[in-house]
Design a binder for this molecule. Sequence first.
Ligand code: HEM
Length: 535
Amino acid sequence: MHNTNTTMATISSFRFFFFFSSTTNNALMILLISSLLLCMIFIFNKKIKSTKLVAGGGLLNLPPGPPGWPVVGNLFQVAFAEKPFIHHIGDLSRMYGPIFTLRMGARTLIIVSSAELAHEALVAKGQLFANRPTENPTRTIFSSNKFSVNSAFFGPEWRSLRRNMVHGMLSTTRLKEFGPVRQEAMDRFVDRLRAEAQANHGAVWVLKNARFAVFCILLAMCFGLNLDEESIGKVEQVMKKVLITLTPRMDDYLPLLRPFFMKQMKQAMEVRKEQIQTIVPLVDKRRSILANRHLHPDAVPFSYLDSLFDLKVEGRKSTPTDVELVTLCSEFLNGGTDTTAAAIEWAIARLIENPAIQSRLYEEIVGVAGETTVDEKDTEKMPYLQAFVKELLRMHPPTYFVLTHAAVDSGAKLGGYDVPKGVNLELYLPTIAGDPKLWSNPTKFDPDRFITGGETADITGVTGVRMIPFGAGRRICPGLGMGTTHITLMLARMVQALEWRLHPSTQLDFRSKLEFTVVMERPLMAMVTPRKKKN
Ligand code: HEM
């Protein structure tokens, strides 16, 4: 999820309407709304004639905007709607087809929602649409002027950063080296769940615990430091603040309003300062360990940060500065935390909904691991668990959209339509993985579709797009392997150690909301019972 350190902030790029609920000053509000009107009238007249333009009518069942002002209808409806318009993308694509244009203030978004067009954009014409759009001033600061893998323009700088992340840290070999770190983090995770259950009559918060567990692993991989829980918690809080700060605001869509957002900009700068003050000491600590290895025989042998210290980036003379290291490390931490935790929350909800699936998973785990604690090698021998994770990512991709893409050059065409250079290209995932033309009974959660059902899915999208929870093509998530490893191992450990049931005071509710990633609208509180054997 994904700008800057923000896998997720870009993905939640439609949450700017929340701004309204947090503004208290009425006079400022009136001023803002009048400026907004003026802006709409004067700025947004250029049209992309070739794709269908959603002109307000139909969206959220509100009356259409005045003729000739397509943006007015949309922006107002989006800004004042109680529900995020993101929930209406499916309706919009049914109405306007798999490619349409939305005008959001000064930004133009082309929304793509079919497998065919996603394949064309990301794979067949991947090179043409592998760029990222320009950023707002807040993001530019947090991304050190687009010096991160997810935010960099398509070009040599991006290639160097991405190659380093993949080979330096996310390759299969590196992933294996960090097996013991994951195993230890999983032991602590299961202990935490047991302790929380014991203290709360069997109840546990799924998302919060999963988030913390995966954050611990990523932190160890990123800095190669063994931190205590309190220090980990502090870094986690700062990273959360960063994500909140990067949530798009009204002035991102209407830059003329920026003078009214000076206070928010100042607050953002304070968060950036706090982020730097929190991360730089970790960078220094690792530097000192590397300089005095003989004094730290138990130190983690390698970390992502180590690969960055001497990184030669194409087209640059110097290695990354400390502030740039903060940006790159934050991207690493944020990229895999909320995405994985969200997947775990949905997974547990599905296990609670389907006790038969839960029993089958447990039996598979016991059948392979026996009396021992299940590990990564065991999970490779568990076809049902693998199918469960695939089905999970099909029905509950942790993000609604891949990160925003953009055309590298002018003249690019998608589905026969023009895609101008400065436009945001947004690929919507749920309509692809839920397409009845591609999947049998797509609304049913059924891991067996991948076993007895004969359905297949190449989640990289190379051989055809059917479900692409990690995107596809040049910008595909480099953490695909690590993300699925974490989800699979966490689930195996959670099911082996505990039996999961619904908390009596709650109902299962599969509605979703955006909180950096797509999480359950009502955070899942589950009841757990330790399995007889102590794992
Ligand atoms: C379940 C886990 C994860 C999911 C569902 C996920 C999903 C995604 C998606 C949809 C994208 C956008 C692809 C595009 O723009 O076409 C992305 C990009 C990215 N992800 Fe992940 N991700 C996960 C885990 C991770 C992890 C563990 C890391 C690293 C530690 C990571 C780092 C990144 C980076 C750096 C990018 C930007 C790639 C680029 O622009 O070249 N992600 N991810």
